[in-house]
Design a protein around this ligand. Structure first.
Ligand SMILES: Nc1ncnc2c1ncn2[C@@H]1O[C@H](COP(=O)(O)OP(=O)(O)OP(=O)(O)O)[C@@H](O)[C@H]1O
Length: 246
């Protein structure tokens, strides 16, 4: 792999099995499975996706609900494996994909900072050293001993973002998490992402706000029904995407 290229996705196809009938419970599922009555329908959430990302670039992923954006990010993080094709990543990844992923709802914010930090590969010492800056950035000083299950979605997003960006990852992945933050926090996150980009981090960003994508990204991939519909400079691709909706 060319050393400039940090993410190399070639002909990637992701297949899910979708049960083709409505099954209401586990018992019914098991009975149907044993009787071999369960019907599955093959569903390709991504089809033949090829692209390369260079170190330090910022890419926006745009497309309608269910087009395959999160699936593509999960593929890059290694959460999903391609059914066909290859995915190569040459660097550390801080993924902010699903709200609350990496958090245990029963544990307090304080405990979850350590848990999430460990999942991201940080030592206890590293977290201890950065603990106050994580809490300060998330503005959750008064909620440290509150279980995460009592957090609002915005509060959980603040904490997740703060932990994910405390160290400088090679690749930062941000999937729609900012949508639940208030305006002031979105601005703060944008600033931090810009700082990371200046420091050489590569950004993959999903947002339904084309304005946010335009503000942060140089390039874009437009996904439609699991296929790349457009790829290139952000202005061109976002215009094509907006026009397709008129
Ligand atoms: N684990 C799964 N099993 C079966 N189907 C799945 C699974 N995960 C995603 N899908 C399907 O794959 C398709 C793509 O989903 P994905 O979450 O990648 O879309 P998205 O572009 O991120 O959508 P949104 O903008 O709504 O977040 C959808 O049709 C979804 O139902």
């Amino acid at each position: 792999m060319n050393h400039d290229i940090i993410i190399d996705v070639r002909n990637a196809t992701v297949r899910f099995n979708k049960a083709s009938e409505n099954i209401s419970g586990l018992k019914e599922y098991v009975i149907k499975m044993l009787k071999r009555e369960l019907m599955f329908q093959e569903f390709l959430a991504l089809q033949d996706v090829t692209f390369q990302v260079k170190r330090g670039e910022s890419w926006g992923l745009i497309g309608k609900n269910g087009s395959g954006k999160s699936t593509l990010l999960k593929l890059i993080c290694g959460i999903l494996k391609p059914y066909k094709g290859t995915v190569k990543v040459a660097g550390s990844i801080s993924p902010l994909i699903e709200l609350g992923a990496g958090f245990d709802p029963e544990l307090t914010a304080r405990e979850n900072i350590y848990l999430n930090g460990a999942i991201l590969g940080h030592s206890r010492k590293f977290i201890e050293e950065h603990f106050s800056s994580i809490v300060e950035f998330a503005e959750l000083q008064d909620f440290l001993d509150t279980p995460i299950k009592n957090f609002s979605s915005g509060m959980a997003a603040r904490l997740g973002f703060s932990i994910a960006t405390i160290a400088k990852p090679d690749i930062l992945i941000v999937d729609e998490v900012l949508a639940v933050g208030d305006f002031a926090f979105q601005e703060k996150c944008k600033k931090r992402m810009e700082e990371l980009l200046h420091g050489g981090t590569t950004l993959l960003f999903v947002s339904h706000s084309i304005e946010q994508v335009r503000a942060l990204c140089q390039k874009a991939i437009w996904i439609e029904k699991g296929k790349i519909k457009g790829i290139g400079e952000i202005d061109i691709i976002s215009n094509q995407y907006m026009q397709s909706m008129q």
